[in-house]
Design a protein around this ligand. Sequence first.
Ligand SMILES: Nc1ncnc2c1ncn2[C@@H]1O[C@H](COP(=O)(O)OP(=O)(O)OP(=O)(O)O)[C@@H](O)[C@H]1O
Ligand SMILES: O=P(O)(O)O[C@H]1[C@H](O)[C@@H](O)[C@H](OP(=O)(O)O)[C@@H](OP(=O)(O)O)[C@H]1O
Ligand SMILES: [Mg+2]
Ligand SMILES: [Mg+2]
Length: 337
Amino acid sequence: MRLNGEISSGGEEEEEETTTFSGQKVVVGYALTSKKKKSFLQPTFTTLARNKGIHFVAIDLNKPLPEQGPFDIILHKLSGEEWREIIEDYRQTHPEVTILDPPDAIQHLHNRQSMLENVVDLNLSDCHGKVDIPRQLIISKEEDPSSIPYEVTKTGMKLPLVAKPLVVDGSAKAHELFLAYDEFSLSELEPPLVLQEFVNHGGLLFKIYIVGETIKVVRRFSLPNISKRELSKFSGVFRFPRVSSAAASADDADLDPSIAEHPPRPLLEMLARELRHRLGLRMFNIDMIREYGTRDVFYVIDINYFPGFGKMPDYEHIFTDFLLGLVQSKCKKKPTT
Ligand SMILES: Nc1ncnc2c1ncn2[C@@H]1O[C@H](COP(=O)(O)OP(=O)(O)OP(=O)(O)O)[C@@H](O)[C@H]1O
Ligand SMILES: O=P(O)(O)O[C@H]1[C@H](O)[C@@H](O)[C@H](OP(=O)(O)O)[C@@H](OP(=O)(O)O)[C@H]1O
Ligand SMILES: [Mg+2]
Ligand SMILES: [Mg+2]
């Protein structure tokens, strides 16, 4: 936290100088795409934050980062190696600034294989339910697409399969997903890919948002179950839209309780605590589905860094509290001279 007047000028969000009741202010530098800025820095949020002494300042990517600030916190989500190096260097030279989150930790989520490894390692099988990941096969860039059907058959994976680009780099292409009804058509797709068994889940997905210690679960519509009959009727690969990312929530829909009942809280707390720790991230979400016909068998299918928090109910309060909490805990840790 810095005392009133210490802030440098020039940030586009800065309007008037407001401080917390203690006369201190928190400066949050941000490096976000314009899409993310629009969805995250909504006026309801920035106004509430400003009233609590939090000021958002845009980082100028055309100027050296160490010449900007001073910042208490930096929020960032930009793709590319260049930014990664800038923020990593800054993190090393400015340990007093909280970087949300460390670039190496984020990098772990840029690959759909490494993303889910921690869930497997957790081995959550007796914690108010079972959490696993769907059976999956990685098809590397070097692999000849014509060998995919053989590779799939060899593993004994069950159809249908979801084919996902291996790398998640912030591009729209990284979210181009396909449903494959037969293994032969998979040769049409371009590796590197992750092939995942499609798990029937009653068309409903749980998005578990994690912001520091806070866990918030929302329900979203997802792909419907695929019956054996349907599977036998079709063949081919079909591109499907970003169903679960749509703004429409399934929270108010009249759904079958056996499908819609939230995963048990102790299970979510354990999962969030462990993943927060193992991933080294404080702001992410987990896409989780319940296997259709079961009460407590869950699969994690996706983990996203700095997702669409603007769609999370009450995100304004959750984030202002989170940001204030970060600087307060940092102040407490400072040795007294
Ligand atoms: N193994 C699976 N079984 C059943 N449905 C799945 C599976 N994998 C993905 N889906 C469906 O496809 C959707 C998109 O998959 P996924 O979340 O992996 O992609 P994404 O592009 O990373 O999404 P996001 O927009 O959340 O980043 C899921 O929300 C779910 O509806
Ligand atoms: O909150 P959920 O439903 O999980 O979906 C998010 C995706 O997972 C994120 O990848 C999107 O952010 P980016 O466009 O910065 O990757 C993010 O974009 P947004 O922040 O512009 O809404 C969302 O689409
Ligand atoms: Mg997802
Ligand atoms: Mg994702």
